[in-house]
Design a protein around this ligand. Structure first.
Ligand code: FDA
Length: 409
């Protein structure tokens, strides 16, 4: 009798921690390192069969782990000031410092993006080594957290297998993108259960799809990329634009998808670096016999020029410039600098890199990510209503928010 009571007590104690973190992704691991360093007994519960799956997949396997220039303007959040504190408490330089300490080789690509040279596993191994060093962090995989509640001054976490308890609970379960990599809605549900508002979620950093005649256009140019500007009334991005058999992808499409809503048009500037009206009018003087496609083929792939011709000036395709009036040339220039197309949708969570929306940041402390509704409850990383631009900004948010929570729990 005495023995069985002891065993029962032991079992309860075994599942009791100072801190439980839901999700062994980028933010959860960073948070665990900081809390572990401070001597807190930390348990990370991870649903997937292994930790950090998104880190391993990121940046085409090379992990774009941060950016040299990180500004609050690189983030979308209903409260634009929310990210400032965490990003300044743990900056890109802090993370780059850790990467350097581990002698991880990396390279700078366009627009300040930093990528590992030898693979994303270097970043994951570094985070796991830091967890190990603290001797206070335990990670359990294959544990699907289903629910959490606060009872008798502690959090009780219900999982598919067993129940755990802790003083501080950190929600680091990420967003809904790429469900096969572990994306789940558990963080949003727990937030709602504790009385938090959650902004509606949608796929972000995701390719556009088309179902109208523009789909034939993109399909026939599938695999071709140009340097173009994609814009709508809220934002504009000048980066690579990739045509696919389903629509538009590449950095400028992914970036603009964060600012796009169903039913809206977007504009493509095929040659942002050139004033086409000026060019056409000048060519009309110097080479009056030239046709439009010859001029444009100097700057764009021939295939694309032929497709554009079919779409925009088929009726005057073989007319020399001298025979096209200036008004028509100006109109064509305008169309090539801002072709309006209407996506039918996006590829959705299946291929999205991030989830827009999430836990309302006005109900979370920007200093340490603690809930303003429930003491001891924290939200970090993508589960919050914070979405970064493409370029390492999402990982930097995971590192910074994980760090500040780790200092406080
Ligand atoms: P993250 O998704 O990393 O971790 C959440 C963890 O919680 C997961 O391991 C999940 O399995 C676990 N979980 C979920 N539900 C659970 C439950 N019920 N119980 C237990 N565990 C649960 N960003 C960037 O800056 N540079 C880049 O190069 C890329 N590249 C990239 C490529 C691809 C293909 C994707 C999908 C995403 C990127 N990103 C990126 C975005 C980046 O990966 C993302 O913003 C961060 O991983 C978010 O970190 P979190 O810790 O919030 O969630």
């Amino acid at each position: 009798m005495h023995n069985s009571k002891n065993t029962k007590e032991k079992k309860v104690n075994k599942n009791q921690y100072d801190v439980i973190i839901i999700g062994a992704g980028a933010s959860g691991l960073m948070c665990a390192i900081q809390a572990g360093k401070r001597g807190r007994k930390v348990l990370i519960l991870e649903k997937a069969n292994k930790v950090g799956k998104k880190i391993l997949m990121s940046g085409g396997g090379k992990c774009n782990f941060t950016n040299l220039d990180v500004q609050p303007e690189n983030y979308i959040c209903h409260n634009p000031y929310f990210v400032i504190s965490a990003l300044s408490q743990y900056t890109q330089w802090d993370f780059i410092g850790m990467v350097a300490d581990y002698q991880i080789e990396y390279e700078q690509r366009d627009l300040g993006k930093l990528f590992t040279l030898n693979g994303a596993k270097d970043i994951l191994n570094m985070l796991l080594a830091e967890c190990d060093k603290t001797k206070n962090v335990e990670i359990l995989c294959h544990i699907n957290v289903e629910q959490a509640e606060f009872q008798n001054h502690q959090f009780i976490i219900h999982t598919s297998q067993q129940t755990f308890s802790c003083q501080s609970l950190v929600i680091a379960s990420g967003g809904l993108s790429i469900p096969t990599l572990g994306g789940s809605g558990v963080g949003y549900q727990i937030a709602k259960d504790f009385g938090h508002q959650v902004y509606p979620t949608r796929a972000g950093l995701v390719p556009f799809t088309f179902s109208d005649k523009f789909k034939n256009f993109t399909e026939s140019l599938s695999g071709i990329a140009i340097d173009a500007t994609l814009s709508n009334h809220d934002a504009s991005f000048n980066e690579a634009l990739l045509f696919t058999h389903r629509g538009l992808s590449g950095p400028s499409s992914l970036q603009l998808s964060n600012y796009w809503h169903l039913g809206e048009e977007i504009q493509i500037d095929f040659l942002p670096q050139i004033d086409l009206k000026e060019l056409f009018l000048a060519k009309k003087q110097t080479q009056p016999k030239i046709v439009l496609r010859t001029i444009l083929s100097e700057f764009l792939p021939k295939n694309m020029v032929l497709q554009l011709q079919q779409l925009l000036w088929q009726d005057i395709a073989d007319k020399p410039l001298a025979e096209i009036n200036n008004q028509k040339l100006a109109q064509l220039a305008e169309q090539l600098h801002g072709l309006a197309v209407k996506p039918s949708g996006t590829e959705g969570y299946r291929t999205a890199e991030v989830t827009l929306g999430g836990v309302d940041c006005d109900e979370v402390s920007s200093q340490d990510m603690q809930s303003l509704k429930q003491k001891g409850l924290y939200f970090i990383g993508e589960v919050l209503d914070v979405t970064g631009h493409l370029g390492g900004y999402n990982f930097q948010w995971a590192w910074s928010s994980g760090f500040v929570a780790g200092q406080s729990i």
